[in-house]
Ligand binder design. Structure first.
Ligand code: ZN
Ligand code: ZN
Length: 399
């Protein structure tokens, strides 16, 4: 996920906003390097450039958090701060991420505005820029085109990427991502244009005013505690880019960095089931685990689906998961374990002989090639037809 409220250079933004030309799929497509200092013929060597303004902003925010802990708060203030952080997280998980970036479901107008308000309260950049960073993250994960390339280590992928200029590959390959669905939306363009006053009001002025008016909190106390609330939500989001790309299991696809971890899955409203998510970015559950308590975003979307405000929810079939787990998983999934138990070495040889044929081998080769070229979500031209055929749509309203 990509909170990038401080890291984008204005020249990058202008270049991204140029008309999107869809890549010619017949042309051989190159792939970015993972090491920032590796260059391709004709490219200038990469030089790390720190953006000191952003370093100072983050240093100030963290110092303010420490200062906040010296000002005790009562249970009303604490409960309100927790709830405000809790609902703003839905703006990222259900809104920017599952709705706008991956198009996992559709919404009616009232829910659209609720998600937009919550997304603004989270202060993780406007929808258009958040989604642009996130789609390119999925398409070119853990390479130089990924804004928070985890191949550069924990700190860079966690928050270091926000404190330096973007690698030139982020811009180069980012232009290949289709953003026309969002850049053509006048409401999202309005949010982008007036982001500074909107975010100042939604993230700080509104909750601070509520604390002062209803709970009698002094301004400076409310101010510092809401900075603390904001910084906690930032670190939870950042952990998806760092922890969930470094440590954990890979039940669905062992040849990519994203992992599944319970701790991040729980804290980040289900977003830490990240190995699954990179394999099936269009699934509104972002996990095969339907349990609400380890994926708080599912009950939120399901509630609005029940209300009729969320529809065409895309998810994958159990059979599709099983096929993928057995083909590319690391063996930690229960399907892999079950299969392992069932098959003796002899049976494995027999099964291989029965299913092997040239056509199947060619199909598997093509799929392996695609591992390096993942989808950014529903609507990506690279989606496999067999995956599209197997998608389940819940609460279907359109064709
Ligand atoms: Zn990721
Ligand atoms: Zn995603």
């Amino acid at each position: 996920m990509a909170p990038n409220q401080h890291g984008t250079e204005s020249s990058d933004v202008d270049a991204y906003d140029a008309p999107v030309v869809k890549p010619d799929l017949k042309m051989p497509r190159d792939y970015p390097n993972a090491n920032p200092y590796d260059t391709k013929p004709g490219e200038k060597p990469y030089k790390l450039e720190i953006v000191w303004r952003n370093v100072l902003v983050f240093a100030y925010l963290h110092a303010a958090c420490v200062y906040a802990t010296y000002m005790p708060i009562n249970w009303k203030e604490a409960t309100f701060g927790f709830l405000y952080g809790f609902i703003s997280s839905y703006g990222i998980s259900a809104g920017a991420h599952r709705y706008w970036a991956h198009k996992c479901y559709k919404v009616t107008r009232p829910l659209y505005y609720i998600l937009l308000f919550l997304q603004t309260t989270a202060l993780q950049n406007c929808v258009i820029e958040w989604v642009r960073d996130h789609r390119v993250h999925h398409k070119y994960s853990d390479t130089n085109a990924d804004p928070h390339n985890a191949s550069r280590g924990f700190f860079f992928s966690h928050m270091g990427w926000l404190m330096c200029k973007k690698h030139p590959d982020v811009l180069k390959y980012g232009k290949r991502i289709d953003m026309s669905d969002l850049t053509s939306d006048p409401v999202l363009r309005f949010q982008k244009k007036y982001y500074a006053p909107l975010v100042l009001f939604c993230t700080f002025l509104l909750p601070i005013f509520i604390c002062m008016y209803f709970f009698g909190s002094p301004f400076w106390k409310a101010y510092h505690w809401h900075i603390l609330r904001y910084v906690i939500t930032l670190h939870i989001t950042w952990s998806i880019n760092s922890v969930s790309h470094i440590w954990g299991s890979k039940p669905f696809e062992k040849d990519i960095k994203p992992t599944d971890t319970f701790a991040i899955g729980f804290m980040a409203f289900g977003e830490g089931w990240h190995n699954y998510h990179h394999v099936y970015p269009f699934d509104y559950k972002v996990s095969e685990l339907p349990r609400y308590w380890c994926n708080f975003t599912i009950p939120f979307i399901d509630f609005f689906a029940w209300l009729g405000w969320a529809y065409d929810l895309k998810t994958v079939s159990d059979e599709m998961v099983r096929r993928r787990v057995l083909r590319t998983g690391d063996g930690s999934h229960r399907y892999s374990k079950e299969e392992q138990k069932k098959k003796t070495a002899k049976e494995l040889v027999e099964a291989f002989n029965e299913t092997y044929n040239e056509e199947e081998e060619e199909r598997l080769k093509q799929n392996v090639a695609r591992i390096r070229d993942h989808y950014w979500g529903w609507g990506d031209d690279d989606m496999l037809q067999e995956d599209i055929n197997d998608i389940k749509t819940i609460n279907r309203k359109s064709n």
